[in-house]
Ligand binder design. Structure first.
Ligand code: LUZ
Ligand code: MOS
Length: 750
């Protein structure tokens, strides 16, 4: 089954928000944002801008009829700044004009005076000054302080992992139209249509049913449109409410880079204790999350960091604490992995530090501590259907790890100017929104009277091919060909109260709802067919567009059954609701069973380092991945490859830089390097791990969106290995991304 969008994508015919036919009287919006990171607004003069020919109106917080509040988890973020600004790029006003060019000209004419206040850009400084988003959280298991006393080895260290720009190819944007009676239709490039609807209703001061949000598809989201697609749509909606004319707002790349939050940078402090048999007995971490100037999704992301602090290892004594530190950066937000990668980088760093100090191979410690059946995570969930050892062993055998390790060490004894490095990176990623109440979805299925089918769900297509998977589920259960099934846009009037498409869970949640709805329809159709054929209901199945009796095809077609169902006035529409069973979590105890299941895997990364230049090439990434029973291996391998590239980018080259005044320096693709074809791994092998699959995964095909990003962490340690092979004096640092500049400094450190 090919991705159903591939044909129109290839021909440039797929529609995105920016391709929509807009009304003749449509206007164009543009955000005016803060030119300082922190301060009091003492004066803003819009008069010159407002007087410009073609400027319809400039909106500020004073024009808000509801609440000037867009914070989702904590109400701490205004749509437009009032008297103070807290980050460079914070929205202050919204210019609406007859063209984008005029709005841009007008923006340059706005005069603003800001009395500057002290700017905090790092989590460490925020912690020192007591600047936090909320109270810290801790997950604990066993007793670490007693444990360390009994350990043969105890090591401490510090790590830093930088942020990451989402760089969705399609920037943020929306098109908003007035309908009758003050109703509004928003077309948005969002992962969370309900979040847009709910926030717009709150800011406009109208009930949710007056607002319809429609999503065609996204040109990439990666978490950047889970929460942060909302403000632009709401700004345009405020303008539409006042002007009663359509408003379109597509951000240009510079504005998008400057105004939106990114992956959270983390500074972390660890302490790891091991016994002689290489068992990790105790692990403590303090995570400092650089949350930015408002909460956004930071508390949920911090929580997922704690959930992944021990990666795929069992550690009996764990003490982890996360502080969401309030700084003067744009509010950092969801990004593929959602705090999990940041947590996993720290345990991998701790193991690397231990191995280096003990003079042994990192992989030896990793292998000795892999999670096994019935081990307990620090949050109380008991690990079941654990694939950690199987994935590790399979990778070790399939890719001949010992031979690879020997090749690397032989190469390094024979070569001086170039060195090779190797690392093994196991992963264990929890599937479900960590916030239990968000784990639900609905599907609405129409069978039209000619037998064709329309499927609506809460899933947003953002290039991950979720629509193809939804189609596969429907066609499989209804037993009809793919061309009879159409995936509709994601629309809040058809499927309401949706959770965002996020947490790798979209296909599971929405797919299960599609499955339920289709099964209900089939039950009704079995009855119709049973009467037509005078056979009992149990013997009837639907396959290949026909009715089968006891597994034998009859002449009765799908279309004929539907026609008969119409005559008998049988309901051909079905709506189903799915909520993940079993999961629960008690925040007062920080214990529970938050995940439906975990996804496992192991990656072996080999690199070659040029010790004169500090540049490196990734020779190969060899992966064994736990897909469960993949329902579409082409799509799923695509997800692994894309996530891997994104993970390697985060760990090696993507360097977000703010100056001490809080201004984004890496504000264009000339100063922010993302992986391209030249930096991609020369060889990527993805071998599916043979497993039973989990019944909570859709068709036993496990969630695949986020877990493989963390294979990219292996690239950091492979480079570190090569650096150490060249310079024995190198004192390990855990400061990602490991850019060629940092590598060069490490190579010649005395
Ligand atoms: N979004 C969210 C997520 O709201 N909750 C989550 O647990 C999550 N996990 C991964 C990615 N997005
Ligand atoms: Mo996400 S990080 O929007 O699953």
């Amino acid at each position: 089954m090919k991705n159903i969008d591939s044909y129109t994508h290839l021909r440039g015919e797929s529609l995105f928000v920016d391709d929509m036919m807009i009304r003749q009287d449509a206007l164009f919006g543009l955000c005016f944002d803060s030119p300082k990171a922190h301060g009091k607004i003492t004066k803003v003069d819009y008069s010159k801008a407002a007087a410009l020919e073609g400027v319809e109106r400039i909106f500020t917080y004073k024009d808000i009829l509801g609440e000037n509040q867009i914070g989702g988890i904590i109400p701490d973020e205004p749509l437009w700044a009032e008297d103070e600004v807290h980050f460079w790029g914070q929205p202050i006003a919204f210019i609406v004009a007859t063209s984008e060019a005029i709005a841009k000209k007008a923006r340059a004419l706005i005069e603003i005076e800001i009395e500057e206040l002290h700017v905090i850009t790092t989590a460490k400084e925020a912690k020192e000054k007591g600047s936090f988003i909320n109270a810290p959280r801790s997950f604990n298991l066993g007793n670490t302080s007693d444990t360390f006393k009994n350990c043969d080895y105890v090591f401490e260290g510090e790590t830093f992992s930088n942020g990451q720009e989402h760089l969705y190819l399609e920037t943020q944007g929306c098109y908003v139209e007035p309908k009758e009676n003050g109703n509004i239709k928003i077309t948005s490039s969002t992962q969370g249509p309900t979040q847009v609807q709910k926030t717009a209703a709150k800011v406009l001061g109208i009930p949710m049913h007056r607002i319809e949000v429609d999503v065609i598809r996204l040109g990439g989201g990666f978490g950047g449109k889970e929460d942060q697609a909302t403000p632009w749509a709401v700004m345009a909606a405020v303008a539409v409410q006042h002007l009663n004319k359509p408003v379109k707002y597509m951000l240009n790349r510079h504005d998008d880079l400057r105004m939106t939050g990114k992956r959270h940078p983390y500074s972390s402090f660890f302490k790891i204790g091991l016994t002689k048999d290489l068992k990790i007995q105790g692990f403590e971490v303090e995570f400092l999350q650089n949350s930015g100037a408002a909460a956004d999704l930071s508390p949920a992301i911090a929580e997922r960091t704690l959930f992944h602090a021990t990666n795929s290892y069992f550690i009996p004594n764990v003490k982890t604490t996360v502080y969401s530190c309030k700084t003067n950066l744009p509010p950092n937000t969801a990004f593929r992995g959602f705090g999990g990668p940041q947590g996993m980088f720290v345990i991998e760093s701790a193991i690397a530090a231990a191995a280096d100090n003990m003079g042994i191979d990192k992989a030896t410690i990793q292998e000795a501590n892999l999670l096994v059946e019935n081990d307990e995570f620090s949050y109380g969930q008991i690990a079941t259907e654990v694939q950690a050892t199987k994935a590790w062993e399979t990778a070790k055998e399939k890719f001949n790890l010992e031979a690879l390790q020997k090749e690397v060490s032989d190469y390094n004894t024979q070569n001086y100017q170039t060195k090779k490095g190797i690392s093994v990176m196991p992963i264990a990623f929890g599937i479900s929104f960590t916030n239990t109440p968000m784990n639900h979805a609905r599907a609405l299925i129409h069978i039209y009277q000619d037998g064709s089918v329309g499927v609506s769900t809460g899933a947003v297509e953002m290039g991950q091919s979720v629509n193809t998977k939804m189609l596969q589920v429907a066609q499989d259960i209804l037993g009809i060909s793919a061309d009879l099934v159409k995936l509709e846009s994601t629309n809040t009037t058809r499927v309401a109260n949706t959770s965002p498409s996020a947490a790798s869970s979209t296909a599971d949640l929405n797919g299960k709802a599609v499955e339920m709805a289709c099964n209900n329809l089939i039950k009704r159709l079995q009855k119709v067919a049973s009467t037509l054929l005078s056979k009992n209901i149990e013997s009837i199945t639907f396959q290949e567009g026909a009715v089968f009796i006891d597994g034998y095809k009859t002449a009765l077609t799908w279309e004929a059954v539907i026609a008969q169902a119409m005559l008998e006035r049988v309901a051909l529409t079905e709506n189903a609701h799915y909520a993940t069973p079993i999961i629960h979590f008690d925040k007062t105890k920080e214990k529970g069973h938050p995940f439906a299941y975990h996804v496992y895997g192991t990656a072996i990364t080999t690199i070659t380092l040029d010790c004169l230049r500090g540049t490196y090439e990734i020779d190969a990434v060899d992966i064994v991945h736990d897909f469960g029973k993949s329902m579409n291996l082409g799509i799923d391998i695509g997800q692994v490859e894309g996530a891997l590239a994104q993970g390697i980018g985060w760990m090696t080259m993507e360097e977000i830089a703010y100056d001490t005044d809080g201004r984004l320096l890496s504000n264009a693709l000339s100063t922010y390097k993302v992986p391209d074809v030249f930096s991609a791994a020369k060889k990527v092998a993805v071998v599916p791990l043979e497993t039973e699959g989990n019944p909570m995964a859709i068709k036993k095909s496990k969630a695949v969106g986020e877990p493989p990003l963390m294979y990219g962490i292996g690239s950091y340690f492979a480079i570190q290995h090569a650096v150490k092979a060249f310079n024995k004096n190198h004192k390990l640092q855990f400061n990602a991304p490991f850019t060629p500049e940092k590598v060069l400094m490490s190579l010649y450190e005395k």
